[in-house]
Design a protein around this ligand. Structure first.
Ligand code: NAD
Ligand code: MG
Length: 402
């Protein structure tokens, strides 16, 4: 049995909750060394009481001060660090071997890159970091001797259906297609919904998965699946034409790999993130996750359909970005983050999300990405265009500064 020492980036979120649930079932296998989050000091304090990490990190320095005082008052010996530097520190601690990257959005890129550079086993939920990082991210993983394991459910499913070892070359492995399944979100089956009037709560009411609000909106627009196509490109070395999306409203088949001999391998399970998290945490071993078995006769029906590319244009925007230059996925992700935040705060309509993303892809100028500075410039440029288009205050891009 391998004992693993963990840093959990995004510990207070939905993936954080699922991960700590699995970890708590196996105290003999996992030790929580560090927990990190944005600004929820109260929840992180509670997690420190239960998991007693050596280090806790909050991006927000003021909240980090509050957390340090509260821990001292309870004589809990957890050291507190703050800012981007604090997040990068906990992602690269020498005593840690596994980093679970579950910060939402571009904000997770610097710390996830730090984990890559220091050769960690990275369990990746933060798909935006891979979409923006692209080739730079994969290079950092290779140069640092890190290992990348997907916990996004579709990519974890594909990973489980691939031969092992797999060298990011689908042609050499006899793979014809990678089929990513998508539930279609809350609006797929409701053709009467007016996308100018949808509320944030309606968009976040996902039929099968319980998730953070940003990814829930992404699922409703299908931008989530678009980002996942780009994520699959980088994880598995497959070009856009080899990656297809199929609607599967029950979210039981989590994705499939089709081989040239006609075999199609799939991974099935209940829609519960504890399954892919447990798989990646323990791989190549298997551990209990708390998820019950599938009763196929009770499910009775698994159905599949083509995506509706007219009502959900974000999917094709992502394919377009993947086929364009290296700046395009970065711009698309940044525009989407701005527009989703504007929608969730009541400053934009649901329909504005796809519109703003399309405008940004058409107007952006940064196309060549030679290093991280170029990636951050493409991100900042796209945020500027999206904010102007939506009439919202400038949204700060991701910063590598402390
Ligand atoms: P969430 O909103 O529930 O949690 C986000 C976490 O990120 C929180 O712990 C928050 O404190 C942290 N965070 C946000 N901004 C930060 C910053 N600037 N610095 C440090 N920490 C910051 O989101 P979630 O649903 O847990 O999703 C997390 C990531 O996992 C996203 O990239 C999402 O796309 C991906 N993902 C989630 C699911 C799911 O089922 N929830 C499934 C697949 C992939
Ligand atoms: Mg997914």
């Amino acid at each position: 049995m391998t004992r693993r020492r963990l840093t959990l980036l995004g510990a207070t979120g939905s993936i954080g909750d699922s991960t700590l649930d699995v970890v708590a079932r196996h105290p003999d296998r996992f030790e929580v060394i560090a927990l990190a989050a944005h600004r929820n000091a109260a929840k992180l304090l509670d997690l420190c009481r239960r998991h007693r990490p050596q280090v806790a990190a909050l991006y927000d320095a003021e909240r980090a001060g509050e957390l340090a005082r509260a821990l001292a008052a309870e004589s809990i010996a957890t050291r507190v660090v703050a800012g981007q530097a604090g997040l990068c520190e906990v992602a690269s601690l020498p005593e840690v071997d596994t980093v679970l990257a579950a910060i939402v959005g571009a904000a997770g890129l610097p710390s996830t890159l730090a984990a890559a550079r220091s050769g960690k086993r990275i369990l990746l939920a933060n798909k935006e970091a891979l979409v923006i990082g692209g080739a730079l991210f994969i290079e950092a993983v290779e140069a640092g001797g890190a290992t990348l394991l997907p916990i996004d459910s579709e990519h974890n499913a594909v990973y489980q259906c691939l031969p092992s070892p797999y060298a990011r070359d689908p042609g050499a492995a006899g793979i014809r297609r990678i089929l990513l399944t998508a539930s279609g979100g809350p609006f797929f089956a409701r053709s009467d919904v007016d996308f100018d009037r949808v509320t944030p709560d309606e968009a976040c009411a996902h039929p099968n998965w319980s998730m953070g609000r940003k990814i829930s909106v992404d699922s409703a627009t299908m931008m989530n699946k678009g980002l996942e196509v780009i994520e699959a490109h980088w994880l598995f070395g497959a070009d856009a034409q080899r990656i297809e999306v199929v609607i599967h409203p029950q979210s039981i088949v989590h994705s499939l790999v089709e081989y040239v001999d006609g075999s199609v391998l799939a991974q099935l399970g209940h829609p519960d993130m504890r399954t892919p998290i447990a798989q990646a945490l323990a791989a190549p071993e298997r551990i209990a996750s708390g998820v019950p078995g599938l009763e196929l006769a009770q499910l009775a029906q698994l159905t599949f359909a083509k995506p509706d590319r007219e009502r959900f244009p974000c999917l094709d925007l992502a394919y377009e970005a993947l086929r364009a230059d290296a700046g395009a996925p970065i711009a698309l992700n940044a525009a989407n983050e701005v527009a989703v935040a504007a929608f969730l705060s009541g400053r934009a309509r649901f329909s504005d999300i796809a519109r703003a993303c399309s405008v940004v892809l058409a107007r952006r100028g940064v196309t060549r990405i030679a290093g991280l500075d170029d990636a951050l410039a493409a991100d900042a440029e796209a945020r500027g265009i999206a904010c102007a288009e939506l009439g919202v205050p400038l949204h700060p891009g991701v910063s590598l500064a402390a």
